[in-house]
Design a protein. Structure first.
Length: 448
């Protein structure tokens, strides 16, 4: 009975055509073979003439089906070639549309059974270059820019649960309604000058703030609407330009205006304790690796130093310093720790850290900005990188292939002055940018 039902659907015999397919195009031959099924419904007891006529009709239908499949597949291959050459979002979107259209077309081809159409769809999905998982549409602004700042915005940080955005100058925003973020009127009093850097602890219970008054304060956010200071403010030798928590929350790194970086032990959050001697750095730039074992800092000779933190009291250098093409203004590790992105003047250099003692460059520097790049940030899945620049734009990059990064869409525009800070939300759906125009903008990265 099963064989009779299959026969009644009128399967096409295109298996012989697969043998005559262009042998120089294995992908095309493979796809045609995938959708080829043996002929059914031809009775062996028919007279010779009737058998011939029916067999010729089936062969005619098969020829038409193979030609239609070949045209569709060749179109897809050509489109894929164009995408490889141009590597831009518009072409990637076009390929996705072609693949989906191919599936729909298969359903409309006369005498093709449903299973054949399904196989054609699978072939289309195998051929398309950019998948929906790595494609991001052109981001759009969410609501109105966040205002109320008396100074340039120099830092943006999402809480680990994504419900709160902290910025410097110090303002906290409730993100329950992304179209209408609400400023949290909290009594965060303690600094005597502008706050230039903010960071959430990995558990979200603590906020660190660094100020031009040379102090660092920890705030307890266990009850978000009732924050309070933890212990006394700790002071450094100069303007605090950066505060960064280690991934395990046990260490805080603070970069200071006197070109030093101090590590603090957070075992007792009410009483911070210095770890070892200050590290010599040039810019207030620092980043922990995801496993917390490596710290990246910038030196005054335009190089990046990697520090081994196995012994937090005595950090030691990892291999040779990483040499770029200009002043380094920002560094960030990818979520898997294999890549370091460094902003060098108007470009961004990617470093392969698979062997931390022998870091090497990945591909060519990322170019596209027309002025200094101030900040870089990886998406939570590590597949995208955001770069913010003095040219008032943000560019998103696809890093699915680390050696061949490509732009995602057009630069984000809207700020009227230098962009100093950029950050992804924990779920990767929102991008926050802070600017010297005294505003913060939220960008929607989810598919339309």
């Amino acid at each position: 009975m099963a064989d009779q039902r299959r026969a009644s659907h009128g399967h096409l015999d295109v298996s012989s055509e697969a043998d005559h397919t262009d042998q120089s195009n294995p992908p095309l031959r493979g796809c045609v073979t995938d959708v080829a099924v043996p002929p059914r419904g031809v009775s062996e007891n028919l007279p010779a003439g009737a058998h011939f006529r029916q067999h010729r009709r089936i062969r005619w239908l098969a020829d038409g089906g193979v030609i239609a499949l070949a045209v569709l597949l060749i179109t897809l291959v050509v489109a894929a070639t164009v995408a490889a050459a141009h590597r831009n979002q518009a072409i990637a979107a076009q390929h996705t549309a072609i693949a989906r259209g191919m599936v729909a077309q298969a359903d409309r081809i006369p005498n093709l059974d449903p299973s054949g159409g399904l196989q054609l769809g699978v072939a289309a999905q195998k051929t398309v270059i950019v998948s929906d998982r790595t494609y991001r549409h052109q981001p759009r602004r969410l609501g109105q820019p966040l205002t109320g700042y008396a100074e340039a915005v120099t830092g943006v940080a999402f809480s680990p649960d994504g419900r709160t955005l902290a910025t410097s100058p110090l303002i906290l925003w409730d993100l329950s309604d992304l179209l209408r973020p609400r400023r949290l009127d909290l009594a965060l009093i303690g600094h005597t000058d502008v706050v230039d850097s903010v960071a959430f602890s990995p558990d979200g219970r603590t906020l660190a703030t660094g100020s031009r008054d040379s102090s660092v304060i920890l705030w307890d956010l266990t009850v978000r609407n009732q924050p309070h200071r933890l212990g006394r403010a700790v002071t450094g030798p100069g303007w605090v330009t950066s505060v960064v928590f280690s991934p395990d929350g046990r260490t805080l790194a603070t970069a200071n205006g006197d070109r030093t970086l101090i590590l603090w032990d957070l075992t007792d959050r009410n009483q911070l304790r210095r770890l070892g001697q200050p590290l010599s750095v040039f810019a207030g730039v620092a980043a922990f690796s995801p496993d917390g074992r490596v710290l990246a800092t910038v030196s005054d000779d335009q190089t990046i130093t990697l520090w081994d933190l196995t012994n937090r009291n005595q950090p030691r250098r990892f291999g040779e310093a990483l040499t770029g093409t200009g002043w380094v203004t920002s560094v960030v590790f990818s979520p898997d720790g294999r890549t370091l992105a460094a902003a060098n003047d108007r470009t961004v250099i990617l470093w392969d850290l698979t062997e931390r003692n022998q870091a090497r460059r990945l591909g060519q520097p990322l170019t596209g900005h027309t002025d200094v790049v101030n900040a870089v940030a990886f998406s939570p899945d590590g597949r995208a990188l955001a770069t913010a620049s003095d040219d008032r734009t943000v560019i998103l990059w696809d890093l699915t292939e680390r050696n061949q990064p490509r732009r995602l869409g057009q630069p984000l525009t809207g700020h009227t002055d230098v962009i100093n800070a950029v950050a992804f939300s924990p779920d990767g759906r929102i991008l926050a940018t802070g600017s010297r125009d005294k505003t913060v903008t939220l960008w929607d990265l989810t598919p339309a």
